[in-house]
Ligand binder design. Structure first.
Ligand SMILES: *[C@@H]1O[C@H](CO)[C@@H](O)[C@H](O)[C@H]1NC(C)=O
Ligand SMILES: *[C@@H]1O[C@H](CO)[C@@H](O)[C@H](O)[C@H]1NC(C)=O
Ligand SMILES: *[C@@H]1O[C@H](CO)[C@@H](O)[C@H](O)[C@H]1NC(C)=O
Length: 449
């Protein structure tokens, strides 16, 4: 009886013909390709014409000339530093990327321990970082770098066996076709049929991204964007149909509800273990995703804050996508490089608790110090995100047995421990904890429940 019932449920979830149909019931049932959950850590790169003013954020153009009233800081930045009549498009030729070395970027990303990289192929400004046939003279080959940024970075990233993903904004603040569709209450789809979809198909066929990080969807319903038709093609017939993952930004109301994994909102973190795979995107510069020339050290996440955030995200079944904003010159600011290398140095020792891990029965506790739990292959990992004041650490959640073994990742010797309560918990005698700028250490617990 029961097995027949289970079989019927499975049969209902799988696409009848083996193909996905352009509706959310079918698309949402697609299992997420497994590489994504195992990868856990990615680097997000916001790079575009907005990197040239390098002021305010990647939303500079909108804050200056879109929103009413304009942001006075952006308006005066322009009037004080640029000649009258200087328009946003005049920034494009100054997007030189003269020092851009994709190999060097990929080396840094690899050193961060990340398993995937997501580059802005096109942000809300509409400038494409590849030679889009639908973005004449507003792309990185016709002007600015005179270079296929999407392709060049992709090659270097893939050469290091990292997965390569592309961010794509559906809407463009000032595109005339978008504005006219919007004026028509999104009853017309000129922008979608002449710009959005041809460009998306072009991106996928040309670069075979393994993540499509969709954005800029929220003003119009998914039926305007033809999102389900696009995704059905992506999952059925595209060159990346078996490996691609997508997020949840495919139209107003989709976030946290439809698509592949969930981002929900930028920097969103669920309070407890969610039932659906998710990713936290966040930025080293807490005030911007794009490069800011006037960023200050106190506005950046420090390494311990990044590691705490990463570990808390992974313990709650999330992936962690950490953003850096390169300069218009094509360099990764050294302070971002240092953060990325710091993450990588920590993962060198502690990555066993992160990569390909699964959430444990308990995700966190806060006794002696805040602890996040993960698990893998029978082992449970307790990541301490602060240094305990003494050499005694108490953990409440694990249930020990006589066979229980406790070690500190990065050091071979087993640590002495004793049971804490009759029904669970343990007290661990810690060794001198090695100094680490990340301020986080991992205990591996074997034979616990
Ligand atoms: C990376 O590039 C080198 C040199 O061109 C090549 O030998 C190697 O096979 C490439 N590795 C991958 C994973 O593509
Ligand atoms: C969008 O989807 C509708 C409904 O399936 C279809 O008629 C239309 O041709 C699609 N538009 C484009 C540009 O693909
Ligand atoms: C853990 O507890 C300490 C002391 O009660 C408190 O200051 C701290 O904010 C707590 N941390 C978390 C992550 O809950």
């Amino acid at each position: 009886m029961i097995s027949v019932f289970v079989f019927l449920l499975l049969a209902a979830a799988a696409p009848a013909s083996g193909r996905f149909t352009p509706d959310w019931t079918s698309l949402d049932a697609r299992p997420l390709p497994s590489w994504f959950d195992e990868a856990k850590v990615g680097v997000f790169v916001h790079w575009g014409v907005f990197s040239v003013p390098g002021f305010d954020s990647e939303w500079f153009w909108w804050h200056w000339q879109g929103q009413r009233p304009p942001d006075p800081k952006c308006a005066s930045y322009m009037s004080e530093n640029y000649p009258p009549g200087f328009g946003y498009s005049d920034f494009a030729p100054r997007f030189h990327a003269r020092f851009f070395d994709p190999e060097e970027w990929a080396d840094i990303f690899e050193a961060s321990g990340a398993k995937y990289v997501v580059l802005t192929a096109k942000h809300h400004e509409g400038f494409t970082n590849w030679e889009s046939p639908n973005s004449w003279n507003w792309n990185s080959v016709d002007t600015g770098p005179k270079r296929d940024l999407v392709g060049d970075l992709g090659e270097a990233v893939r050469n290091r066996s990292l997965h390569y993903g592309l961010y794509n904004s559906l809407y463009e603040w000032f595109h005339p076709l978008y504005l006219s569709d919007k004026k028509n209450g999104f009853k017309t789809q000129e922008f979608v049929s002449l710009k959005v979809l041809p460009e998306l198909y072009n991106l996928v066929v040309r670069y075979r991204p393994e993540v499509i990080w969709s954005d800029g969807d929220w003003e119009a319903p998914d039926t305007y964007w033809n999102s389900t038709q696009f995704l059905a093609w992506l999952y059925n017939d595209s060159p990346v149909k078996d490996t691609v993952v997508t997020n949840d930004r495919w139209g107003a109301g989709c976030a946290c509800k439809h698509g592949g994994y969930y981002n929900c909102q930028d920097k969103y973190t669920p309070g407890q273990l969610p039932s659906h795979k998710w990713e936290k995107c966040t930025s080293v510069d807490t005030l911007s995703w794009g490069y800011r020339r006037n960023m200050r050290l106190k506005e950046l996440m420090d390494l311990p804050a990044i590691i705490q955030d990463l570990v808390g995200t992974v313990a709650l079944d999330g992936n962690y996508l950490l953003n850096v904003g390169p300069t218009a010159d094509g360099t990764i600011p050294t302070v971002f490089e240092e953060r990325l290398r710091g993450v990588g140095a920590w993962l060198q020792i502690n990555g066993e608790a992160i990569f390909a891990s699964k959430p444990w029965r308990v995700q966190t506790e806060n006794g002696t110090v805040p602890v996040w739990y993960t698990s893998k292959g029978g082992a449970v990992y307790a990541v301490l995100t602060a240094k305990p004041p003494e050499t005694i650490l108490q953990l409440q959640a694990p249930k020990t047995s006589a066979a229980t073994k406790v070690t500190l990742l990065g050091s071979p010797s087993a640590l002495p421990w004793s049971p804490l309560h009759p029904n669970g918990g343990l007290t661990v005698l810690l060794p001198e904890l090695p100094r680490t700028p990340a301020q986080a250490w991992t205990l591996k617990l074997e034979a616990v429940q």
